[in-house]
Design a protein around this ligand. Structure first.
Ligand code: R5P
Length: 297
């Protein structure tokens, strides 16, 4: 199968990302008429012929997550009813953090998201750096996660002076990702112990025994939402005398004044990928998905 067998439908939350994929794959972009009514409801009309085509419906599930999810479901249903084979391409997969029942009675939200997608006719899912790969097992159709880490590492190698850099994982959950990143940029790394109170959401961080004084610390995480995890790690790093703290993440969710709060905690720069399109999205990682689709053949 060649790239031309695919058609790309850019969902409202991922227009630039979808265009970047289309350019690399040299494939058509389907015409979409879209408007939002004053009450917040969506109107869509797919104006291209998609019957029998493999359609890459590109829609990141960034905030407002539920709104973007409903948009994806509406579009997927129409595409599949029209006879298309629907791939949901969600560069950021909202709800991925709730992939299991941590406390008794909790909704396993990601499982419900997968069921909704299946009932809307989605046949494949591709995302970037899913929070925990266990989440992929909740989907009833093939679901894949590709990594943005090599692209972030390449950007940082080319743009930053790494001579005094140490790479920091703010918790165990990110340690494999951070180890890969540290190897790619060829710098030492350490893993902080983080505990999150699952009821209050409060985060506590314990640093490892490592010489931090005078270093430039790059805290690498899959996502930054409230900034709480980065702030806790930055506070500890600053106590231990680091010269500079830079935050690096795949998914810049950036809820509730996260950027301002991180700035106040001494984070001097934020470098993110474009799975969510923000002012900090310096690294285009659409190639990770394109490469994966090419491999599938
Ligand atoms: C958690 O395990 C994740 O890897 C992130 O560290 C976390 O979700 C970031 O959220 P926040 O910015 O709200 O601390």
């Amino acid at each position: 199968m060649s790239s031309q067998d695919f058609v790309i439908l850019p969902g409202p939350s991922s227009i630039s990302f979808a265009r970047s994929m289309a350019k690399q794959m040299d494939c058509d972009i389907a015409d979409l008429e879209f408007k939002e009514f004053p009450d917040g409801e969506n109107y869509f009309r797919i104006a291209s012929e998609v019957r029998g085509k493999r359609v890459l419906l590109v829609q990141t599930l960034s905030p407002p997550v539920d709104h973007h999810l409903v948009q994806l479901l509406l579009l997927a249903k129409k595409l599949s009813d029209t006879g298309a084979f629907v791939y949901a391409v969600c560069p950021y997969l909202g709800y991925a953090r709730q992939h299991r029942e941590y406390l008794s009675g909790e909704v396993v939200s990601l499982k419900v998201v997968g069921q909704l997608m299946a009932s809307a006719g989605v046949k494949r899912l591709v995302t970037v750096d899913i929070h925990n790969v266990e989440g992929l097992g909740l989907f009833t159709f093939p679901a894949f996660s590709v990594s943005a880490i090599p692209f972030l590492a390449e950007y940082i190698l080319s743009q930053e002076d790494l001579s005094e850099a140490i790479i920091v994982s703010p918790d165990f959950g990110s340690s494999a990702r951070v180890e890969t990143f540290a190897k790619l940029v060829d710098r030492p790394y350490c893993v902080f112990e983080k505990e999150r109170d699952r009821v209050t959401g409060e985060v506590r961080v314990k640093p490892p025994p490592l010489k931090l004084k005078g270093a430039t610390a790059y805290i690498v995480d899959d996502m930054i939402s409230t900034g709480g995890t980065i702030i806790k790690a930055a506070n500890v790093l600053n106590e231990y005398g680091v010269k500079r703290v830079i935050a690096v993440c795949v998914h810049p969710v950036l809820a509730v004044n996260a950027v301002e709060r991180m700035g106040k905690a001494g984070v001097s720069k934020l470098i993110a990928s474009n799975t969510i399109e923000t002012d900090y999205s310096k690294v285009d990682v659409s190639k990770a998905i394109v490469d994966h689709l090419k491999l599938l053949g």
